[in-house]
Design a protein around this ligand. Structure first.
Ligand code: PLP
Length: 383
């Protein structure tokens, strides 16, 4: 059986370093808000290219805290609108609605599967305050047009970078930004394009912890200070509470593990890109369609989605032939029970079609050439 993702093999690759890191924390007797968090936050903000990184409990919280901070700082008001791609994972939408803000769902571009920048302006109203841009499947969703729209309508650009750790973007860093950290590249990474970004370190992500974890990156000090407080009961000083926050901290063991894995992230992403290239070059089945492959993009292939009109049949066939796949995502947020009635009779045909046709093939940094070959041959034999 070729598993969709073998977390065991991914962890085994860096087992010695991970064991050492975990042992160090165990022996230290210090398990929360310590040196490991400080070190990881510094390394991750340098890696992403922002001044601040705030570790927190998970990716959903990271996004919730960004919008909660906008509310606490008086930058947004309850009922304000946030544009978000309709085909995203539910967490992006929950982060908006949890804060009493209104999620405005906009269709993806059927070629890239990312937010369709030509449909954004129609969704803007006087209450629109932000775009939550999701870099879905590992591809940078930012376009110059999105930047222009944000400027024109004074919208705050927030990134959901749960699925694109390490992805470069077509946006060039300014001189000042290059001096910010140890950045040695000209292009921005996802997570440093907007005003703030939420990152998830869920185990299956490109940079995954051995449990839950998340972070916010930003260059805005006021926002960073507020978010750090919110994720720690709303406190900036021990036993003094400025905001009604929650316990949403990243623990020391996860921070230590993430710091190890961060050192290998670029290499791991390169291996994912190689696997993706192998799929693109060798899957030859007219019933299977790929999302557009852009020559100069730096897709980090958190997932490898393909589209197929007979998706369920294909998935069953692959399962019977030893290839595990997943669907991202079978039910879009607007059709979920929890959001019944939220958007009335909204029409999102592209999103609904993707939910019926998308299938994610196994991809990771530990898949062997032999595994990839089996997946390709099995798919090419279908029908
Ligand atoms: C696009 C997206 N946003 C947010 C999240 C939430 O992250 P977490 O599971 O760490 O809360 C995830 C992953 O689960 C995700 O895929």
């Amino acid at each position: 059986m070729i598993p969709f993702l073998s977390l065991k093999d991914i962890t085994a690759k860096y087992a010695d370093e991970i064991h050492q890191a975990v042992q160090r924390v165990v022996d230290s007797g210090w398990y929360l808000q310590g040196e490991e968090n400080e070190r990881f936050e510094q390394h991750y903000s340098e890696y992403i290219g922002t001044k601040y990184c705030i570790g927190c409990a998970n990716g959903l919280d990271a996004l919730i805290w960004i919008y909660r901070a906008y509310l606490e700082l008086g930058i947004m008001q309850p009922g304000d609108e946030v544009i978000v791609p309709a085909n995203t994972y539910i967490a992006s939408v929950l982060a908006i609605t949890e804060n009493g803000l209104k999620a405005v769902l906009v269709e993806p571009n059927p070629e890239t599967l990312e937010l369709d920048d030509s449909k954004i302006e129609d969704a803007i109203t006087p209450r629109t305050k932000s775009i939550l841009l999701v870099h879905l499947y590992g591809r940078c969703a930012y376009t110059e047009k999105i930047g222009e729209i944000c400027k024109k309508y004074n919208l705050r650009l927030v990134e959901d970078n749960a699925q694109a750790h390490g992805c470069y973007t077509p946006v060039v860093n300014t001189k000042e930004e290059l001096q910010l950290s140890t950045l040695n590249f000209q292009l921005k990474r996802t997570g440093s394009i907007g005003e703030a970004a939420g990152h998830s370190f869920y185990p299956g992500k490109n940079l995954g912890a051995l449990g839950d974890g998340g972070a916010v990156t930003t260059n805005n000090k006021e926002l960073a200070d507020c978010i750090r407080a919110l994720a720690n009961y709303g406190s900036q000083k021990k036993y003094v509470f400025t905001y009604c926050g929650r316990n949403s901290r990243l623990d020391e063991i996860q921070a230590a593990v993430l710091d190890v894995k961060l050192r290998h992230l670029d290499e791991d992403n390169r291996l994912r890109q190689q696997a993706a290239a192998y799929y693109y070059d060798n899957i030859k089945n007219p019933l299977i369609k790929f999302p557009a492959r852009m020559p100069d993009e730096n897709n980090v292939y958190h997932l490898f989605p393909v589209l197929c009109e007979h998706r369920d049949e294909l998935q069953q066939y692959l399962k019977e032939n030893g290839v595990q796949t997943l669907i991202h995502y079978p039910i879009p947020p607007h059709l979920q029970e929890c959001y019944k009635g939220e958007w009335g009779e909204v029409s999102l045909p592209i999103t609904e079609r993707l939910a019926q046709q998308e299938l994610s093939l196994p991809i990771s940094q530990v898949m062997s050439e032999c595994d990839l070959e089996v997946v390709v041959n099995t798919i090419n034999r279908w029908r």
